[in-house]
Design a protein around this ligand. Structure first.
Ligand SMILES: *Cc1c(COP(=O)(O)O)cnc(C)c1O
Length: 363
């Protein structure tokens, strides 16, 4: 790990192509472990699961009509254990910890990764330590505590929490599950890409709009599509990725617009979308690469636009989404002004969590 780069799990894809078939999926339980041949746990008995994954894809016909898109969809990871898609990554990481005999885990988090880690760790009988900014929404902090994590509140952002965790993990022999510090959370997030491909009948939608903080989602989906192509389940067509951030913390958008390969640290990061308050992502170069290779784009929306979008989605479509998820809807008018979207394209918004975790934002 001296290079400070990101490590990935790799598979024997030739063997997977022979042993794994679309047909095998028909009889499998509808959660993320249905793709276990392409997940990092070797012995199934080590899987720690709360039933995460295979979330619904909802057509958004009414708001789609309003913004002039005929085929607008939302994949809704509000309906997942712990209330956010962080469950996917942590289910994979904690399962792998069980397999490797890890007894203590720690994470620096903007909040939701801590709650998900704590839930799976408690189910596995592993001790968990969570470091989060002291202004993390209180329900999320309490969620960590109710699962039995030892929570420490830190002055500053997730970047400051990260420094604490790195120091303490070395000293205490904790396994660090901070974003992209280990290879397994991305593997869990990969299942978002598998599910999208399966749910769209092995063709991918034209555009996937994704609220980007640490970027494990984009990097994970990119890896998923690459692996599916290698085993012959999808063709070369990829969705164009749109990374949405908040204008109060938009390092990926800035670097994308400036043609840079990595991000500068974003000072005074502030946004209601806590999951997007990542001043500098560990895997920034991978996020930027996936956006560019997919011919996608990156775009920022204001907190006000996010809050309006939350309200509109709830009132018009009956979905109460988290602020991060709302950002994917909020950016659509801008994407259209930029000529990025065609009205006949299939556009998928990724909702990453449930709105009721943010009671202060839904009054
Ligand atoms: C962590 C988080 C994000 C950002 O996800 P990354 O994959 O790290 O970019 C978005 N939304 C919510 C609700 C989150 O908790």
């Amino acid at each position: 790990m001296d290079c400070k780069g990101v490590l990935f799990a790799r598979y024997d894809l030739d063997q997977a192509a022979q042993r794994f078939s679309k047909h095998a999926l028909v009889s499998r339980v509808r959660n993320m472990w249905r793709y276990r041949e392409l997940l990092p746990v070797r012995d199934e008995s080590n899987i720690v699961t709360l039933g995460e994954g295979y979330t619904s894809i909802l057509p958004l016909t009414r708001v789609g009509g309003k913004v002039g898109l005929k085929e607008l969809f939302m994949k809704d990871d509000g309906l997942i254990p712990t209330g956010t898609f962080k469950a996917r990554g942590m289910a994979a990481a904690i399962s792998r910890c069980v397999e490797l005999g890890v007894g203590k885990v720690a994470v620096a988090t903007a909040g939701n990764a801590g709650a998900a880690m704590a839930a799976y760790a408690s189910r596995a009988g592993i001790e968990s330590y969570v470091y989060m900014p002291k202004d993390t929404p209180e329900p999320i902090r309490r969620e960590c505590e109710v699962y039995g994590a030892r929570v420490t509140l830190v002055d500053g952002t997730i970047a400051d929490a990260g420094k604490r965790v790195d120091e303490l993990s070395l000293r205490n022999n904790w396994m660090t599950l901070s974003t992209m510090n280990e290879p397994y959370r991305v593997e869990g997030k990969k299942t978002m890409g598998f599910e999208i491909a399966e749910q769209f009948e092995w063709r991918t939608p034209d555009v996937v709009v994704y609220p980007t903080g640490g970027g494990t989602g984009i990097v994970g989906m990119w890896k998923a599509f690459e692996e599916l192509e290698k085993i012959g389940w999808i063709n070369q067509k990829r969705p164009r990725f749109v990374a949405v951030q908040s204008s109060g913390c938009a390092p990926v958008v800035k670097a994308f617009q400036e043609g840079k390969e990595s991000c500068e640290f974003w000072h005074d990061a502030s946004t209601v979308a806590a999951g997007l308050r990542v001043p500098k992502a560990y895997g920034d170069y991978l996020i930027l690469r996936a956006i560019r290779e997919s011919h996608g784009t990156a775009i920022a929306v204001s907190d006000k636009e996010i809050l309006n979008a939350m309200k509109e989605l709830a009132r018009t479509e009956g979905v109460c989404v988290c602020p991060e998820g709302a950002a994917t809807y909020a950016c659509l008018p801008k994407l259209q002004d930029d000529g990025f979207l065609d009205k006949d394209e299939q556009v998928l918004l990724y909702n990453t969590g449930i709105g009721i975790l943010y009671p202060d934002l839904i009054k």
